[in-house]
Design a protein around this ligand. Sequence first.
Ligand code: ACO
Length: 326
Amino acid sequence: MAARITGVGKYLPQRVLSNADLERMVDTSDQWIVDRTGIRERRIADDGESTSSLGAEAGRMALETAGLDANDIDLVICATLSPDGMFPASASLIQDALGAKRAAAFDINAACTGYVAALATGTQFINAGVYKRVLVVGAEVTSRIIDWTDRGTCVLFGDGAGAVVLEQAERGGLQSIVMKSDGAGAKLLYARGPASARSLAETEGYCIVMDGREVFRFAVRAMEESSREAISQAGLKIEDVAYVVPHQANQRIMSAVAKNLGLPIERMVSNVEKYGNTSSASIPIALCEAWEDGRLQDGDNLVVVAFGGGLAWGAGVIEWTGLGQR
Ligand code: ACO
């Protein structure tokens, strides 16, 4: 049994925050940000938007592209490190907004590796025969947990959501999965402050804290190693990979990983320039855009790979089988 991807979706808030805007907020420059990260602009949610509202929009598009009704969904999983609140799960709010009345719902937090963990979890439920159709959302409003006076982090992140529908099928979907964690590195990248607020934004001092240099070094090594392991576990070689769809944190990290893997840079899907680091949402947004621009072909082997706070990292190989019902 397999858990084929039959629908993809994304949603980005309208409001654009450019590097020029950031120049007016902190001591930085467009050139520094572009040179060190590849990011030119990012999206910021309006006051009326939330992680669950962004996630519901992405989920709606994923259902449409799958040709399904919300009532067809058995389970909604939301990967996020910036939930609407500590509870209920943002997945429950997405389930309600979509009208997926039959579906169970829960969140997953593995920081920026959350989407790989969520895809793996949804796939297991299908492979075990428990559910037939799972909506896997990644949604973030990281702008509400950013210290907007810290130039070392505020230039990196953005808001957005992406989603896929997984359905029971003969072939397709995740062919291998590698997931790792090293909690000894927890202090390299974490959210400071109490974590029980209804609105994290209202809690003074709550924000992302990061040792950028150490995280950079870890990211390049972890993404390369876990990609290699996932590719080999799937019985494939690097040459068999059509595209790597990595967590979008920094263009330099993606370029270094491509170089170390011996993968031509055109086969590394990147949109970090437009959206910055949208954490758990970055892989499904990039996957959706790769489908939208016609890059993905039936039978393509795709590698999804992520790293982030935990420290946690992981990768998987997906067999792409096209969208919609068969
Ligand atoms: N504008 C201008 N100068 C800056 C800025 C900025 N926005 N930020 C830092 N600098 C300065 C530093 O203060 C430093 O100055 P100094 O030499 O006088 O001390 C100089 O630029 C170089 O700083 P570095 O930290 O060495 O710069 P680096 O090349 O490592 O780039 C960056 C920093 C972009 C943060 C990089 O380290 C990185 O991308 N790391 C990975 C971070 C990441 O991906 N985190 C997300 C993980 S996902 C998750 O789970 C949340």
